[in-house]
Each structure stands twice: as structure tokens, then as C-alpha cells.
Design a binder for this molecule. Structure first.
Ligand SMILES: Nc1ncnc2c1ncn2[C@@H]1O[C@H](COP(=O)(O)OP(=O)(O)OP(=O)(O)O)[C@@H](O)[C@H]1O
Length: 614
């Protein structure tokens, strides 16, 4: 745990420097990002079109009250003599109220549409990312912190939702106003329009620069948020708390969290402030444009241009209306650029290609195929990055298991036994040689059907924070209560479960911490019995238990392995003496194979291992 105090980042998320380099590298890809983002909206075109229509109707409604007032005046609302025309006044007021009510209702509808589009896009993205990450190979999860993955799903995807909703409403609403004002300006005077817009490219350039700075800060903010999530996830879990308490490290863990929190606060403030100076400048600049227009108009009039005082007044009035919508659009553009950093992080995960995936036309195992023969042919394997360092975990590993046979792997720690078991369900692909399952190369079999045929019980039992019944049903969602009880009886755990006040409805706690190691193991065995796989892999399933629970678990395992191909990995040789074949693994190679009695007679590695055990 030496690295716990240091800032450890996963290779995918990278370091601060790397994040910065990536944010810089991403800057020119804004257009590419925008294209990808806009694709997310395609399924929501009807809602967007409807929103657009609502925006247009809403904009149209705003001009009705002045027109109504003008009409009422024309019809004699305040005649030259006598009092006001009260019935007409009432009519006018009622019509105005009706217009505002309709306009308010349309506004509510529009908000609903934009909020639901933004959130649906985000929701779909989150599920897609979840599905995509589930398809990643085991290696991805061994090298990436869980908290970092959680943060991408929660913080990054969540962060873009508000941007998406605001973007939809702001872009649609403000674009209509800006275009309308722009057309009006052009109609009034194209010369003054050019004068008004002449500095726009400079503003756009400045905005792009500001956007890049904000995107960089946003990337750092998200990195820091990821780190905070990772610290929370690591420390505030049952295992983390146990570790922190047993080493008296709560204080330093809090300090680690507080340090990242300070960093987070600083970044949030920087993010909130970056761009404010720019907006202040743009606001001042746009406010003085009318004065410039007056000046230039005077100059143009003197030069003989056909511009009247009325045109100038009308022009500056329209121009003033442009100020806020234009600022609104600029803010959206800046927000989009900033959220580009979030999108880049999300798309970075979407772009990860699972190292292990089905080939086109992969074989789906039939019930006959599932008989469970396994064969390793000259298998070589090195973990990612290991071959560059010149090492390999497995070399020249060849063996075969016939359906229904029981074999075992024994050998010193680190010899490569668990690695052999990982290669059968294709948690990793071999780097040399091949593995055949039921006669097919495992790389040609559809992964789902391969995994369906294999059951694994390891020393590290994982149970969900749910009831025992729900944990068991994980293996077979439609299992009846009777099937569940039968599996529990076979796994030697039924009596224990039934002695709990809540029986099968007992909640096992985070990772099953409310149960003893032996109870958890036997529930895991019941779970695998319900799965009913052709091949059972037992990876040191009893090594963490005392001799009493070991016996109970061993009996459960013996029951579970009846009629199944069983591959057991064991430290305690007593648990595998009955195996049909025992393979002794040393330094990534099988150095000896045979039945226990024969191997003892050989007086080789197995006999030496046996001699070292009590
Ligand atoms: N994800 C991984 N990345 C890199 N190296 C790994 C990884 N997992 C295991 N190794 C290395 O591979 C070697 C074999 O490990 P493995 O777990 O297969 O041994 P084992 O024989 O099952 O040991 P034990 O009996 O202690 O469980 C070890 O040197 C280990 O450090």
C-alpha cells in the first residue's frame, strides 16, 4: 500500500500533465466533438422540431401585445372627449392576459421538452457507457481504479446533462432572436450592419482562446473529482475502513481527502471565474457599439449616404435587443467548449476497444458442446506490459481434461496456477499456443456461451449487498424457492441459512461481510450449483478457512463437482489427493503430472511440496 499516500492515477485517466496535454491536443478536435455530440440528438429530432416551433410561436406572441395596444388606440380606447372606452379596455386586458397565459404555458412545455431531451441524451449515454465498460476485458479493471470509472459515469456524464439542456433551450431561443434582429438590421442599413459586426471575428477568436483555457481547467476539475471519488470508494468501503482502522490511518486518509478537496475548490473557483473578464469586456464593447454607430452614421450622412435619423434610431433599438441573446449564445458556445473536456473524457472511454471480443460468426456452444473438455496446447502467456520487460507468466503449458474428469494444479505461490484458470473463460487471451473448449478454440466461441459453461469459485467470494436469495438467484434469475433450497442443501449451508431470523431473506451486507468466510464460500458454491456449469474451476476455494469450515466447504465442493469437469487449484494437497491428474506448476511451467500416489513415488517436486505440508 506504499502508493496509497501518493497521487496514483490510472493509465487511462493519466497524470495532470497528461490531462493538460490531452486537453491541448483536443482543442482542434472541437468540431469533431461537436459532430459526435450532435449525433446523440438525432433520435430526438421530433422533440427538437417541436421545441423550435414553440420558440417561434413564443417569439411571435411577444409582438401581439404592442399590436393589440396599437389597435385598441386606433379603435378609440381613449377618445378625445369623455372617459376611456371601458368595454374595449376590458377586452384589451383580457386578450393580453390570454396571450401571456398561452405564452407561459408554451414556455413550460418548452422547458419540459429541452430538459427531457438533455436528460434522455445523457441517460442513453450513461447506459451505453455502462454496457461498453462491461464488455471491457478483465485487464482494464485490474489497471483502472473503480472510483475513476464510477466518476466518468456519474460526474462526467452528469456534468454534460445540464449543459445539454441549457444548450438546447438557449441555442434555439437565442438563435431565433439573433437571426430576426440581424435580418432587421440588414433591412434597415447594410452599411451600419457591417460597422456593427466588424469586430465580431476578434471577439470570436478571443472566445475560442477563453474556451480552451476553460476546457483545460474543466479537465483538471474532472480529474480531481475522479480522484476524490476514488478516495471515497477506496476508503469508505468495508475493506477500506477495516484497513484504515487497523493501521490507525483515518487521520491521514481524511487529510488525503481534504487535500484533494482543496484542489477541487480551487479549480471550481477558477472555472467559475475564467471567462468572466471576457464577458465583461464583450458586454462593455457591445454597449458602446451604438455610440460608434451614431458616429459612423454622422460620417456616412456627411459623405452623402442615404441614412435618415429614423433609420439610425430604429437600427440602434434593434441592435440593443441583440445584446443579451448574443451574450447568451456566447455563453453557450463557451459552455459547450468547456463541456467538450467532459465529452472528451466520456468519448475516450467509448473509444476503448475491448481487447477480447467475439469474432464475426463466433460459435455458440450447443448443449452437446457443453460437455466440458478443456485442452491447453503449448500455451504461452504474459500479462499486458510483461513481455516488453522480457518475462512471461506461462510457458509451454499443455494438458487436457476430459468431460467429467477432475484435475488439480498445485505449486508454489506465484507459479501461475490462477493465471491458467483465467485463460479458460478467456478473461485474458493467450499470447502463444491455443486453448480448446469442447473441441473449439476459445477465441472462436461466443464469449457469453463460453462463460455460461464455466463456473468459478475462488477464495475471494463476492456477494452483493442483497439478500441470500437474491445472491443465489444471480446465477439463475428464474430459480424457484425449492431449487434455491436444494442448491443450499447440496452446498451444506441450508441449515445455517434457515437458522438466521430472516432465513433466505437475510441481507448479507457489503460484499457479504455479515457472514463468516466459510458461510460466504458455501453460498458461493450454492450459487455455482444453481448455475449448473459443465466445467467447475475451484481456485483455492478452501484455503482461507479453518479445518472445520474447510471440511464443510470441501464436502459442498465434492457435491458440486459430481458429474462435472473440475479444475481445482489448491495449496493444501490434502484437498486434491483424489484428483484424476495433478499438475505441478513451477515458474509458469507444468513440471510434473500424475496421480497423487504416483507423484509421491517419483520423489520429485510434488513429493517435496507434500513434505513441506503438515
Ligand atoms: N493482472 C496481473 N498483471 C500482471 N501480473 C500479474 C497479474 N496477475 C498476476 N500476475 C503475476 O503473474 C504471476 C502468476 O500469478 P498467479 O496468480 O497465476 O499465481 P498463483 O500460482 O495462482 O499464485 P498463488 O498460489 O499465490 O495464488 C505472479 O508473478 C503475479 O505477480
Amino acid at each position: 500500500m506504499g502508493s496509497r499516500g501518493a497521487r496514483v492515477r490510472n493509465p487511462v485517466s493519466g497524470s495532470d500533465a497528461e490531462a493538460q496535454r490531452r486537453a491541448n491536443a483536443d482543442a482542434p478536435k472541437v468540431e469533431h466533438l461537436l459532430r459526435r455530440i450532435s449525433h446523440l440528438f438525432i433520435p430526438h429530432r421530433p422533440a427538437l422540431v417541436l421545441t423550435m416551433a414553440l420558440v417561434l410561436v413564443g417569439a411571435g406572441l411577444t409582438v401581439i401585445p404592442p399590436l393589440l395596444t396599437q389597435k385598441a388606440f386606433d379603435l378609440g380606447l381613449f377618445p378625445a372627449s369623455g372617459g376611456p372606452n371601458v368595454p374595449l379596455l376590458f377586452e384589451l386586458v383580457l386578450l393580453m392576459i390570454a396571450v401571456w397565459v398561452v405564452s407561459a404555458l408554451l414556455g413550460v412545455w418548452q422547458t419540459y421538452l429541452t430538459a427531457s431531451v438533455g436528460n434522455k441524451v445523457m441517460g442513453a449515454m450513461r447506459v451505453d457507457l455502462f454496457r461498453h465498460l462491461q464488455a471491457m476485458e478483465l485487464g482494464f479493471f485490474t489497471r483502472t481504479k473503480t472510483g475513476i470509472i464510477q466518476s466518468r459515469l456519474a460526474n462526467d456524464v452528469g456534468g454534460v446533462a445540464s449543459v445539454l439542456s441549457n444548450t438546447v433551450s438557449s441555442v434555439l431561443g437565442n438563435t431565433v432572436t439573433v437571426i430576426a434582429a440581424f435580418v432587421a438590421m440588414l433591412l434597415l442599413s447594410w452599411q451600419l450592419t457591417i460597422v456593427s459586426l466588424i469586430l465580431l471575428p476578434a471577439i470570436a477568436f478571443a472566445q475560442r482562446r477563453v474556451g480552451q483555457v476553460r476546457a483545460r481547467i474543466a479537465t483538471k476539475t474532472q480529474e480531481s473529482l475522479s480522484d476524490m471519488t476514488a478516495i471515497t470508494q477506496e476508503t469508505l468501503s468495508v475493506s477500506g475502513i477495516l484497513l484504515a482502522k487497523s493501521f490507525g490511518r483515518q487521520g491521514s486518509e481524511t487529510e488525503r481527502y481534504a487535500a484533494e478537496n482543496r484542489n477541487q475548490i480551487m479549480l471550481q473557483v477558477r472555472q467559475a471565474m475564467s471567462g468572466q473578464g471576457f464577458f465583461a469586456f464583450v458586454q462593455i464593447f457591445l454597449s458602446i457599439v451604438p455610440a460608434v454607430v451614431y458616429l459612423i452614421s454622422a460620417y456616412l450622412i456627411v459623405g452623402g449616404a442615404d441614412i435618415t435619423a429614423g433609420t439610425i434610431v430604429a437600427f440602434t433599438t434593434v441592435q440593443a435587443r441583440l445584446l443579451w441573446p448574443l451574450l447568451g449564445l456566447m455563453r453557450v458556445a463557451l459552455d459547450l467548449q468547456t463541456s467538450g473536456a467532459l465529452f472528451a473524457r466520456i468519448f475516450e472511454y467509448f473509444d476503448l476497444v475491448p481487447a477480447i471480443r467475439d469474432r464475426p460468426g463466433a460459435v455458440v456452444l450447443s448443449p452437446d458442446d457443453r460437455l466440458g473438455s478443456v485442452e491447453f496446447r503449448d500455451v504461452e502467456f504474459s500479462y499486458p506490459g510483461q513481455s516488453e520487460r522480457g518475462g512471461s507468466t506461462l510457458r509451454d503449458v499443455s494438458f487436457a481434461v476430459e468431460p467429467g474428469q477432475h484435475i488439480a494444479f498445485v505449486g508454489p505461490s506465484g507459479a501461475g496456477k490462477t493465471t491458467i484458470s483465467y485463460l479458460i473463460p478467456r478473461f485474458y487471451d493467450v499470447t502463444g499456443g491455443s486453448i480448446r473448449f469442447a473441441g473449439h478454440d476459445v477465441r472462436d466461441i461466443a464469449q457469453e456461451s463460453l462463460l455460461d459453461s464455466i463456473g468459478i469459485v475462488s477464495q475471494e467470494t463476492y456477494l452483493f449487498h442483497a439478500t441470500i436469495r437474491e445472491n443465489l438467484r444471480y446465477a439463475k434469475p428464474n430459480a424457484t424457492d425449492e431449487e434455491i433450497r436444494r442448491a443450499a442443501r447440496m452446498a451444506n449451508i441450508a441449515d445455517t441459512i434457515e437458522s438466521f431470523p430472516d432465513g433466505y431473506d437475510t441481507v448479507v451486507g457489503e460484499r457479504g461481510y455479515r457472514l463468516s468466510g466459510g458461510e460466504k464460500q458455501r453460498i458461493a458454491i450454492a450459487r455455482v450449483i444453481l448455475k449448473d456449469p459443465a466445467v467447475l474451476v475451484l481456485d483455492e476455494a478452501t484455503s482461507a478457512l479453518d479445518s472445520l469450515s474447510e471440511r464443510a466447504v470441501q464436502e459442498a465442493l465434492d457435491e458440486a463437482s459430481v458429474g462435472r469437469t473440475t479444475i481445482a487449484i489448491a495449496h493444501r494437497l490434502s484437498t486434491v489427493v483424489d484428483a484424476d491428474v495433478i499438475h505441478v506448476v513451477e515458474g509458469g511451467r507444468i513440471v510434473e503430472s500424475g496421480r497423487a500416489a504416483d507423484l509421491l513415488d517419483l520423489d520429485g517436486p510434488f513429493a517435496r511440496l507434500a513434505a513441506r505440508q503438515p
